[in-house]
Structure formats: structure tokens, C-alpha cells
Design a protein around this ligand. Sequence first.
Ligand code: SF4
Length: 318
Amino acid sequence: MSGPILEVTDLTQHFPVNRRDVVHAVDGVTFSIQRGQTLGLVGESGCGKSSCARSIIRVYDPTGGRIVLDGEEITHMSQKELQPRRKKMQMIFQDPYASLNARMTVRDIIAEPLLAHHVVKSREEANDYVYPMLERVGLTREHAGRYAHEFSGGQRQRVGIARALVLRPELVICDEPISALDVSIQAQVVNLLRDYQQEQGLAYLFIAHDLSMVRYVSDLVGVMYLGQLVELCAAEEIYAHPLHPYTQGLLSSIPVANPKLAREKEQSGIEGDLPSPVNPPSGCRFHTRCPFAKEVCSQEAPCMKEVSPGHQTACHLY
Ligand code: SF4
């Protein structure tokens, strides 16, 4: 099948907090992911990237917009209708401590999706998938009988990855999969995901809170601010020519080893706190923190537009 594996159009996810107030977690987000491609989705905590992921995987019912998976609209499918399609789209969670069932052995954790999707009929049959998968993620079949608490954080995340990949999905949503891991382990997990992608041609939506984490995995990068996508383009382009002032701020806050460069960067970080998504600022949502804000910015919301081929941003400066 040709065409993108995932198309998200004008996705909106609001959560009522009481009778009057609504959290605008995701507001009008549009992007698509081609087969075998990785889209890195980046933004501060609370910017809506995880809500976006959970709406796509249909943990939440989207308030508005459209989600098309492998050419089929799934936006409002019931859980029963979604069940056979879930095989195509799996998720790797941020917290390898919380996302694995402490009472199950690693073998059972990885076998569970195979049994749920009737890929195998018995636990014995599942071993034919579980053992190669364990080895593929850098563990061994001797690990199969152990429980999650017997592993390090990096090993647990490998188990989480094995569970997500064992169904051979076409799209994996990686929700901050390396944020909870030691820096020394992060590169190993990223390399594992990237190597597996090269072998199997699957696509990733890779969510992270800073641009340094998605640099080596992404073909495209999208930057979110307060529920909205503010910039989207090829990965190398965003690091070389960031256009949106928020993206520029995010890039300048990436730590650097050189002390002189670090001092220069400190002066250009993003000031102020993320405003409340219950009552987002009028016009451009970034205007309360933007060093380039002009009068129009608080009055009119800028739309995403293509500023150069394949490079979109939402800012009145362009
Ligand atoms: Fe800054 Fe205005 Fe651009 Fe928003 S639209 S990022 S406030 S310059």
C-alpha cells in the first residue's frame, strides 16, 4: 500500500476541567508520516505532544479533526472496531518502571499482545516470537522468566520495546522513550530503534521534550507550543535554519560542552513560564514570551504556512 502510514488533520483534543473551563491540550494539529519515516515531535512539558500521541492511538476520543491510519479513518472508531487495527500501531511509553506489569514475567509481557491479537494460540507457540525478539533488543532468552523489577531502567525499556515491536507494527508511537533513562543508555536505545527501523521499514512518531533528543532519529521535526504546531520541516533544516522564535529558543537552550558557547546560549533561552492551556493567550500563543512580538501578534493567530520548500512555520515574521 502506498501513501502515508499516518495522516493527522486539524486534530483537536480538549478536556473539560469543570463546567466552565476547558484544557486546550491540542488545537488544530496537522502532519503526516510516510512509511519508514520518523517524525520527531518536540516541545516543553505541557505543550500537548503526549495528548496528541494518546489521541492518535485513541486512548482519548479526539474532540475534532481526522486521524487516518494506513489509508483508513480511525478518528471515531469504537474500541471494538479499532482492535484489529491496533496491530499496525503500537506505543512505547516514557516510564519503563510504570508501564510493565510487575506481576508478569518478561515472557508473558511480550507474549500478551501476540495472544490478544491471535497471532499465536498458546504461550508455548509465543516463545517462537518472544525469544528472537528478546535477542533482537539486546536481552537473552535467560531473561524471559524474570520479572521487570529484576532489571535496570535500560533493560526494562528494552522489554517495553520488545513488547511494542513483537507484532511487527507499521507505526510505533514513542512517547519520550529515553527521557527516564541515564544519558549513557539513551544512545543505545535510540540506536536500537533506528537499526530496527532500517531492517523493518516501520515509521516512528518520536516524542521528546528537547530538540537534541530527536536529532539523530528524525527525518522530519515538528515543534509544538501550547497545543499547536508552530514549525515543521526536515530535521537537518530545523537545526540549520530554525524560523520560529520558539524553535530558536529551544535550540539555544540545548546544553553545549564549550563554556564560551554555553554562556552565549544562556542569554538567548526562552524566558517565562508556559501559560495555562485552560486560558491560552490570544493571537499567537507565544506572544507573552516572544522577544520579537509586535502588536498584531496578540490580536491575530498566525497560520502554518510554507515559508520555503517543505518548511512550514506559524509566525507573523514570515
Ligand atoms: Fe513572536 Fe509574533 Fe511570531 Fe508569535 S507571531 S512567534 S509573537 S513574532
